[in-house]
Design a protein around this ligand. Structure first.
Ligand SMILES: [Zn+2]
Length: 368
């Protein structure tokens, strides 16, 4: 299912043009897969081609959930008119249709179920994420992915936020006049909720505080902490991805998981061969990086995951190397190129991606 030119988009895209017109635009880009957001996190999104700012004030499920599938954690959602029609138009035009699902990142469920939510090294709630060490969080993400798969029958569910939340908490202004060290930021955002502590043990929590240094603990040079944490996170992430894959396969659909961030951070999120192998495919989120930085991010994440996959890359106004970057990624063994994100790019971005798609295809080193 990889080895393709793919395009992310939001369902709001089909509020501005008919599903047929959006499908034609995607085909005109040289793409063969549409990746449509079906569960998305809170965000303010600027759609330049439609002169629109679209705000999701809360996590948004663009479907009406089948409540019988869920256990303790149940999402709210409303069906988006046009999503099924868009899927049908994709199929009729020979495009593959992926459902893009944000998993653990859900601040309403995290607030409503503190025992399932991630807690940081200082004991405070992360605020935006559930913790994959919690069986209830795994049950929720598996039920959500299966619900989406059953209702939309996509070619794949693309799971974002399926690993441990090892990034700085969203929606929080961290006030620190003396910037935190890289170690403190990395280790300070590690989850030590009750479920994690049961797996990791009190000793590792104390050692993590010391390895993080101020303000979490007195500094110590315990270089083994990151490796030990990463190995345990990989096991936890594999438990979630295995369960989600089982649920999605039960609906006749494939599962692809997003891996993202710098290698040091991704390792602490649990990105490793075991969880990556539990999915049918992986997608590397490389954001706005270009040139050497993009290649390094891709090769770093691929090494951690132990397999190649599709690279998701942002268009940016200053980026003049889009086509050259695509060519290098193809030569380096990327299995596909995904544009982040059709709904967010202006006309200039569409033209740039069309050229990047051509470069990628021409330089592909592995047969399609
Ligand atoms: Zn936890």
């Amino acid at each position: 299912m990889n080895r393709a030119i793919q395009v992310f988009l939001y369902p709001e895209e089909i509020e501005h043009a008919s599903p047929t017109e959006v499908v034609e635009l995607i085909r005109d880009l040289g793409a063969d897969t549409a990746i449509v957001a079906v569960m998305y996190h809170r965000s303010r999104r600027v759609f330049p081609r439609h002169q629109r700012v679209s705000v999701l004030a809360a996590p948004t499920l663009y479907l009406s959930p089948d409540r019988r599938r869920y256990e303790r954690l149940v999402p709210e959602g409303h069906a988006h008119e046009g999503l099924l029609r868009f899927r049908d138009e994709c199929r009729a035009a020979g495009l593959r249709f992926h459902a893009w699902v944000v998993g653990l990142h859900h601040e309403l469920l995290a607030a409503a179920h503190p025992d399932v939510a991630a807690r940081l090294l200082d004991g405070s709630p992360a605020g935006h994420s559930l913790c994959p060490s919690s069986p209830d969080a795994i049950a929720y993400v598996a039920a959500l992915a299966a619900d989406v798969a059953a209702q939309l029958r996509p070619d794949a569910v693309d799971l974002e936020a399926g690993f441990y939340p090892a990034w700085e908490p969203s929606y929080t202004l961290t006030l620190a006049l003396e910037p935190l060290s890289e170690r403190a930021r990395l280790l300070g955002s590690q989850c030590f909720c009750g479920h994690c502590t049961a797996i990791l043990g009190d000793d590792l929590e104390t050692r993590t505080q010391a390895a993080a240094g101020p303000p979490f603990g007195h500094p110590s040079d315990d270089d083994d902490v990151r490796a030990e944490l990463g190995a345990l996170r990989a096991k936890g992430a594999a438990s979630l991805i295995r369960e989600v894959a089982r649920a999605v396969h039960g609906e006749g659909t494939l599962l692809r998981v997003f891996c993202s961030g710098p290698s040091e951070q991704a390792a602490l999120q649990g990105v490793a061969p075991e969880p990556a192998a539990s999915a049918d495919a992986v997608l590397f989120g490389c954001g706005p990086l270009g040139g050497v930085d993009l290649l390094e991010r891709f090769t770093g994440l691929r090494a951690l995951a132990g397999r190649s996959g599709t690279v998701s890359t942002n268009w940016t106004p200053a980026r003049e190397t889009f086509a050259a970057d695509a060519e290098r990624l193809a030569r380096d063994g990327a299995k596909g190129l995904a544009l982040y994100n059709l709904s967010l790019v202006p006309d200039a971005g569409i033209d740039a991606f069309r050229m990047a798609a051509t470069s990628f295809r021409e330089a592909a080193t592995v047969p399609w």
